[in-house]
Design a protein around this ligand. Sequence first.
Ligand code: NAD
Length: 451
Amino acid sequence: MTHARTVDELRSAFERGVTKPLAWRLAQVRALRRMLTERAAEFEDALLSDLAKNPTESQIAELGFVVGEIDHTLAHLRRWLRPKRVRVPGALLPARASTVLEPVGVVLVIAPWNYPVQLLLAPLVGALAAGNAVVLKPSELAPATSAAMARLIPQYLDARAVAVVEGGVEDTTDLLAQRWDHIFYTGNGRVGRIVAAAAVENLTPVTLELGGKSPVYVDDTVDIAAAAQRIAWGKFMNAGQTCVAPDYVLAERSIVPRLTEALREAVRDLYGDDPAQSPDYGRIVNDRQFERLAGMLGSGTAAVGGDHDAASRYLAPTVLTDVGPESPAMAEEIFGPILPILPVDGLDDAIRIIRAGDKPLALYVFTTSATTRRRILTETSSGAVGFNVPAAHLAVAGLPFGGVGESGAGAYHGERSLRTFSHEKAVLSKPLSPDTLRLIYPPYTEAKDRF
Ligand code: NAD
């Protein structure tokens, strides 16, 4: 099975200029918005089937998220596309310099299963706004959402320029063998390396939105109950299957017992006494992930939760204490509803542990200390930092979203998406007369040294 023909057809549409007019771009982005509102129920059903995602959460974190991204783009696209004037050095005057954004061509977007609407369509907004043709590859591990995309996208978007290719590793491998002008991949670092290696063949630029362990540091200056509420919300949303979810907590030794207790309260506030009965609490995506997570429960003592059921892939919101730094839960990204708490002795200790790991996608710090904030910003590196709030930075359209090092390369959202899917072309324009460059043409004289 090869998708070469699909890509050829899209390239031909791009070459014919189908995707370049601003009117086409705006119409496509508006049509995408219409699809998300008119067909919301179908997407919500698919997300319920794939991840037991509550429809309200689907609205907030998936459909509504993309609508927000669309509205922000529609409000600003004309301004973002305006050529930007650049100062010309005096010696080159008279002349005018500017940068203009041009679409790169045909773009491949590969999405994961955990936010299968948001992570497929938010990049699409930027790719269309930039005037590209796009192939969308939804994750086979969220099959109902993948099928909904394949069914609905062609009903709303211009099929000459936007195609959905469903399938697993075999299809993705074939797609990666085609020539692209940009590859935008969201998922894990192992496949990220496969994507980057395939892109090298054609010197194709890539954006890698990866994951990893996003730490939380809680010091002893904060309102512990309020911090626990936010941490529990960010962690247990989508049953912990969120790339920017808090992965583990580094807590000041003196507050560990109070924080553990506060997390127990927070879980009860969010999901009641028995989260298995809560319509707001999700399930683990598949058996393989469930078994991996169940195997992590032995990494410490379950101070909160710990109960699980393989048949329904239910894993309770769990807080682990007495977790060794070498345990399975600390060896890889958890990506599920298990939250280890490790005691630390002060900010230096926390910074040392954070720096010993890979550069995280996000780092969350709960503190009231301005000194701590400043030290975190200057002494650690991460895709993003959230002070007193996890995950929500990605809903600020003006902030670039992306990782650094092992957590990814490149960024998107808002104007950054447009730039990710565009080439910024440098333009210099100088009148032929007067020919001020005469001053530097050969034959060289001493006077020209001082130019
Ligand atoms: P996944 O298994 O759905 O894989 C993502 C995509 O890669 C799929 O479309 C899949 O078909 C494709 N793929 C899988 N194996 C492949 C192979 N051998 N060759 C080519 N393509 C292949 O999702 P996942 O990777 O399990 O997603 C979870 C990971 O993604 C976590 O590490 C998480 O932190 C990260 N993530 C990052 C972000 C972000 O925005 N930075 C968002 C969500 C998830």
